[in-house]
Design a protein around this ligand. Sequence first.
Ligand code: 0L1
Ligand code: MG
Length: 255
Amino acid sequence: MADIAAIAARLDEAALGARAIAQITGQEGELPLAEAYEIQRAAIDRRLARGATLVGVKMGFTSEAKMIQMGLKDQIWGRLTSDMVVVNGAAIERARFIHPRVEPEVAVRLKAPLAGEVTRAEALAAVDAVAAALEIIDSRYENFRFALGDVVADNASSSAFVTGPWLAPDTDVSDVAMTMRVDGELVETGTSAAILGDPIRSLIAAARLAGAAGLVLQPGWTIMLGGATAAAAIGDARSVSLDAGHLGRVGFTIE
Ligand code: 0L1
Ligand code: MG
């Protein structure tokens, strides 16, 4: 059994100091998923103890291509905390991150609790608003390399997120064209249909997976439903923007 508290502390300190660490699995053998999620919870608890609050959940590996690449049959998830929120159009500090990447996503805000096995109708009824979003992922592992247990323990690489204008809950998010630019240069184009065929499937999966860990998705929370394209490296770029058609625009600058 892994030393949950010690590994959680290592990951938390790596995130705090923006310093990469070695993979856990390389040093300590296999890391079963249940233990990896325990480490994730313990690392986030340290953040909460410093005053952050839970503001949602993120879904990862929501594209078929990424699942095949990792040999997965299911998605992974992570916790979103208040210190990860970036206001649309605001600046982020590059020094906070190790080797950040950005991906275009769809997010929903909830107005009712959601947990366990829910139908599509139940999931939709819990949605208060939808938005285009950008997720900044920043693996705490050297060279952005990890096995499944590593990345789950590392809160699914979650680091920061920006949501665009919140729109009515019945706004269609099923097949929205997305164009992402870094420093004005086109880096990724795709469609929200790449998120499990329809992002609402990812919301249903979020309720199921978080529910299995005893976590009820709460009213007011943001659920980041997954990447519509591959992630792009931020490097030393100064701006990122996403044009998501009828979902609007999202962006941030980097200083
Ligand atoms: O949000 C994501 O789909 C990423 C999940 C974690 C894996 C990665 O860092 O690419
Ligand atoms: Mg993501």
